[in-house]
Every structure is written in structure tokens, then in C-alpha cells.
Design a binder for this molecule. Structure first.
Ligand code: G4P
Length: 533
């Protein structure tokens, strides 16, 4: 009973967006409501910025980019909210994709001026792979943006999801009046730079209510009536089940920096978002309510404490209760392990925990025993599915710059790629090391860390590839034939699976035609997730 109660209280999610749409600002406001931070309304305040972002790494501090993924937990209205923060920079997109495997739902922030941007589409594609429920927050309504109907069309077309507005904006930019809550039939009037955590709403029984024009004027009342009429005619009514199946995304309008529309968003989120549900392992489906603890590692982070060379593995609890100092079964190593210092996170503050429940994220001290995707259980042989590697976009060969430090370099490259900083591919003959990343920045991160943590030196030689495809074929012989034919493009991933590196999309299309028996997959878990491009 206790376990079920704890599970139903939990909401584990990520706030995601294209950089600059307002993810950090919205996260800060949520933390403010949750009492996790105390200074209201001061986004620019360094203190808050520090708490809301996760600048553990030296290199991150230097560059001012949030590289790490941290977890922020707080209690609000009797529920436990776990926000898994994701790095905003696009070069760290793979980190974000992996974090999305550990959440139960997401809030997607869209800038009303820019609409759907490149990163928004990619993130949504990852959510679609697992039918993750999505709530959309259209931000920056205090600025002159696109027409709300056009925005909704754009969301449906580009994100390939059905949408349903739950609030509706009354004008926008300089003349932004506020939002009308279509379900509660409440008017929420806009007050710029609101720094309190309360909301001021006026209940309007129906749109013919005389009070309405007193608040927003004749012109906007007429416009609102017309818009609402159209909305009700065009969009399907909101249906919680469809939302939870990842088919329908409710949409809210607001302005994060003005703390406007944020509390409504948070309250609705807590009401409709799913608590931890069953998850698939290779062997069977595991229900969150099962008594035995299970969980998986979705992220490994080095240097949380610059004084130590340790790493922290982020484990998502999937079922049962995790307890400190209890022995658990590491199913890849087939070994019993006990954790004396499991931690929970509030940005860069660590707190020792005694227990954790499904939906919680636990930080485990890692001296090299974990890889991303590892499963812990109470003895059962289970392997959680769905931590795929995605195709990198930039490929470079590792060049050793200090022959006396070859061993250190190999260890460094091995460990950093295990952490998920980049992907390592080997090419034969000669075991050439090819590193694949989503952005140039990771090469700088690797170089920096190889030098500072492993005392080795390396450079990277650019290679002329643009995408990686995990390949399979109908028969072993056909696969062998393709591998021989395209030897210069074939590499092997960390699991020794063959991967084809393509020079151009044109070339890949040609090959797809000439080698009809070969399947090209854009993620490593092609058996459970579909291609995302
Ligand atoms: P991100 O994490 O998605 O990258 O976005 P972030 O919250 O950092 O917001 C990006 C910029 O947008 C910030 O301005 C922020 O103040 C602004 N912003 C966020 N919400 C709103 C909003 O509702 N209305 C308006 N007008 N602006 C908003 P910046 O100048 O880039 O950064 P800063 O100097 O203010 O920190």
C-alpha cells in the first residue's frame, strides 16, 4: 500500500525546448512554486541561475553552457515532482535524448515568435518513439508572435501530434491581455513582471458575461468569442487517455518570465500527467508496483566533485523500493553490489538518501562499474530496453599526440564514451578509433578531459561521414557481402554491431536501392524503436 501511494504521488518529467525558448525560465518558476528556491522573479540572478542549471563541470563553467543533466525534486500540493533537467545546447542533444528514456512525460516549450524550431522537431521525434505524453507551453506571449491558430497548425504538422488548446490567448505582444481557460471558464488577466506565486483569476460563467468586456474591452471580447467558437469547432475535446497515449498534446499559452500561465500549467500537469507506469525489459514487462526493486542507469556523470575522480551514475527507479546499503544484482556484470552513499539531487547539491521509489532518480557512486543502460534488480535477470544510441552527425578519428601515454588515452576514450559523451566506433584493420558526436563541442570536451583527467593528449582528424546506420540483413551471407563490398565505410560499435558510415544521403539512397536486403537503422535499438529521421 505504501509503495502504491508513493508511486501515485510521483510525476517524473523533463522540460525540453529548442535553446532560448524559455526552458530555464520555466524550470525556475516551477522551482519557485515548489519552494525549492526562494527568490521570486529574478531570472537574471546568478544564484537562481546556478540552482536551476547544472554547471558541475569546469568546462561548462568556462563556456557558460549547461552541459550536465541534473535532477530537481520538490513536493507540491501533496505530490512529488521530479524534473530531469537537460542540457540546452544542441551539441549535447544525445544527452537529452537519453534522459527522455527516464521520464514519464514531458513539457515542451515553444517560442511564440519562432514557432517550431529544428531542435523541437528532433526532441519530439524522440518522444514519439516511446509515445511519451507531451504538454506544450507556448511561451513569450508578452511579445508579438505568430497567430495562435497558425502556431497550432505548425505544431500539428511539424511535430506530428494532435493538439488541443486548454487556454486561449487574448491578443499578444504589447496588447496581451491574458488567457482564457477553456475548461475552467476562467479569465486570467496578464500582469507583467509578476513576482508573486499566486494567480489572479476571474471566473466567467460564459462568454456572454458582461464582466468580460469590462476586463478586456469590447474589441478583444469579440475576438475571444470568435476564437473560442472556432477552437471548439476545429479541435477534438481534450481526452486524458489520448494524452497519456502520446496521441494528443494539450496546449497552454503564457509567459514564463512574467510567471504568467505557469501555475495553471503546473496544476494541470499534476492533474493529468501519468505517474510511473510499467516498463519493458528484454525478458518481460515490469510493473512499478512490483515489490522487488528494479532500475536502470540512463546517465553517467564525471567530476561532480572536482576534488575526486569519481563518477556518478544516475539510476531511474522503475519498480519496488530502493534502499541504502542493501545488496542489488548488477545484471550485466552478474555481481552483487551495495551502495552506502546513494544521493538525491537538488541542482548541484547532493543529499544522502535512505530510500527511493519508482520515478525517483538516485545518484550512485561509480568507480567504473556502470555503463549507460545497465540494470539493477534484486536478483532477477532483467535488462531494461530503450536506451538507444542515435546516429552521430560528426565523425573524427582519434590521433594520439603523446605515445608515452597511449594506455591513458585508451582508458580515457573508453571511459568518456561509456559515459555517453560521444560514441566510439572501431574500424578494422588496425582498430582505428572513430569518435562520433552530435556537435563539435564534444570534441573540445573530450580533449579537455583527456588532458586534465587522464594526462594524455589527443587530436581529432575530421572524416567525411555525415551519418551512422546500424545495419542488418535478411541473411548472414548478404550482410557479409555488404560488409566486404563497403569495407571502407564499415565500423563496429561498443557492442560489436556493424555500423555503416555514410558520406551523404544521396549515397545512402543509392545503396538502399542496390542492396535491397540490407536494412539501415538510425538508432541502435532498431528492434524496439522506429527510425527517427
Ligand atoms: P532556454 O533555457 O530554453 O535556452 O531559455 P531561457 O529560459 O534561458 O530563456 C531565453 C531567453 O528568453 C532569456 O533571455 C529569457 O529571459 C527570455 N524569456 C523567457 N521567457 C520569456 C517570456 O515569457 N517573455 C520574454 N519576452 N522573454 C522570455 P536572454 O536575454 O537570452 O537571457 P537573460 O539575459 O534574460 O538571462
Amino acid at each position: 500500500m505504501e509503495l502504491e501511494k508513493e508511486i501515485s504521488k510521483r510525476r517524473t518529467f523533463a522540460i525540453i525546448s529548442h535553446p532560448d525558448a524559455g526552458k530555464t525560465t520555466l524550470t525556475e518558476k516551477f522551482l519557485l512554486f515548489g519552494g525549492a528556491i526562494v527568490t521570486a522573479g529574478a531570472v537574471k540572478s546568478n544564484k537562481i541561475r546556478k540552482a536551476a542549471t547544472s554547471d558541475f563541470m569546469e568546462i561548462e563553467k568556462q563556456r557558460g553552457i549547461s552541459v550536465a543533466t541534473s535532477v530537481m525534486g520538490f513536493d507540491f500540493q501533496g505530490q512529488r515532482v521530479n524534473i530531469l533537467d537537460t542540457p540546452g545546447h544542441k551539441d549535447f542533444a544525445e544527452d537529452t535524448y537519453r534522459t527522455l528514456t527516464a521520464v514519464d512525460s514531458v513539457i515542451l516549450v515553444v517560442d511564440c515568435i519562432k514557432g517550431v524550431e529544428e531542435q523541437t522537431e528532433k526532441l519530439m521525434a524522440v518522444c514519439r518513439m516511446r509515445n511519451t505524453p507531451v504538454i506544450i507551453f507556448i511561451n513569450k506571449m508578452d511579445r508579438e508572435g505568430k497567430n495562435p491558430f497558425d502556431l497550432l497548425d505548425e505544431l500539428q504538422d511539424k511535430l506530428m501530434i494532435h493538439v488541443r488548446p486548454l487556454t486561449w490567448p487574448i491578443s499578444g505582444g504589447e496588447s496581451f491581455k491574458g488567457v482564457y481557460n477553456l475548461y475552467r471558464k476562467e479569465l486570467n488577466l496578464f500582469e507583467p513582471n509578476k513576482t508573486t506565486v499566486s494567480k489572479s483569476v476571474t471566473t466567467i460563467v460564459d462568454l456572454e458575461d458582461k464582466q468580460l468586456s469590462e476586463f478586456i474591452g469590447e474589441k478583444y471580447t469579440d475576438q475571444l468569442k470568435e476564437d473560442v467558437h472556432l477552437v471548439e469547432g476545429v479541435f477534438e475535446p481534450f481526452n486524458k487517455e489520448l494524452y497519456r497515449e502520446g496521441y494528443l498534446a494539450p496546449v497552454f499559452f503564457g509567459s514564463a518570465i512574467n510567471n504568467f500561465g505557469v501555475l495553471e500549467l503546473l496544476e494541470t500537469f499534476l492533474e493529468i500527467a501519468p505517474s510511473p507506469a510499467a516498463r519493458e525489459t528484454v525478458e518481460r514487462e515490469v510493473k512499478a508496483e512490483e515489490e522487488n526493486f528494479t532500475g536502470f542507469v540512463f546517465k553517467i556523470h564525471a567530476n561532480l566533485d572536482p576534488n575526486h575522480r569519481d563518477r556518478i551514475a544516475f539510476l531511474r527507479v522503475c519498480s519496488g523500493k530502493f534502499e541504502r546499503n542493501k545488496f542489488y544484482w548488477h545484471t550485466r556484470l552478474e555481481k552483487k553490489i551495495r551502495f552506502a552513499n546513494p544521493t538525491s539531487f537538488m541542482a548541484n547539491e547532493k543529499t544522502l538518501i535512505e530510500e527511493a521509489y519508482p520515478g525517483d532518480v538516485v545518484g550512485l557512486f561509480d568507480n567504473g562499474i556502470f555503463k549507460i543502460g545497465d540494470t539493477l534488480t534484486e536478483g532477477e535477470m532483467l535488462h531494461y530496453k530503450g536506451i538507444p544510441s542515435f546516429s552521430p552527425e560528426i565523425f573524427k578519428e582519434v590521433e594520439n599526440r603523446d605515445p608515452f601515454k597511449t594506455k591513458q588515452l585508451e582508458k580515457g576514450i573508453q571511459q568518456l564514451t561509456e559515459e555517453g559523451v560521444a560514441q566510439l566506433f572501431l574500424q578494422q584493420p588496425g582498430s582505428r578509433k572513430i569518435v562520433g558526436t552530435v556537435g563539435e563541442l564534444q570534441f573540445d570536451v573530450i580533449k579537455f578531459r583527456i588532458e586534465h583527467e587522464y594526462a594524455a593528449k589527443c587530436d581529432f582528424r575530421p572524416l567525411n561521414f555525415n551519418k551512422a546506420f546500424w545495419i542488418t540483413a535478411d541473411t548472414e551471407a548478404n550482410l557479409d557481402q555488404f560488409i566486404r563490398n563497403r569495407a571502407a565505410n564499415i565500423v563496429y560499435d561498443k557492442e560489436n554491431r556493424p555500423v555503416y558510415l555514410s558520406e551523404s544521403d544521396w549515397m545512402t539512397n543509392m545503396l538502399k536501392q542496390s542492396f535491397a536486403s540490407i536494412q539501415f537503422h538510425t538508432t541502435s535499438e532498431f528492434d524496439i524503436v522506429s527510425n527517427i529521421y
